[in-house]
Write a protein that binds this ligand. Sequence first.
Ligand SMILES: [Zn+2]
Length: 89
Amino acid sequence: MPSREEIEWMEVSARMGDRHLFTPLLDGERIRIYISPADSKRITMAGRCSGFKGEVTDLDTGKRYQVHGAPCSLPECYCDAYVVPLPGN
Ligand SMILES: [Zn+2]
C-alpha cells in the first residue's frame, strides 16, 4: 500500500513526465532547472526538514547540486530548497 506521499508523487510524476521542474535558490537567486523523476522523488520524500535532502543533476547541463531545506513563509516549514553546486562542475 503506497503512502500518501508516494501517491502524491506519482500524480505529480504523471503530470510532468520525464523532466521535473525544480526551482531552488542558488546564491539567493531563484533558478529553474530540470531534474529526473528519481531525483525529484528523493527531494520530495525528504519532506519539510531543514537539513540535507539529497543530490540532484541538472538534466540540461549535467551539473550536480546538493539540496538543502530552506524556510518558506510558514513557521517551522522548510519545504523550499537551496542548492550548493558540487565540486567538479
Ligand atoms: Zn513550507
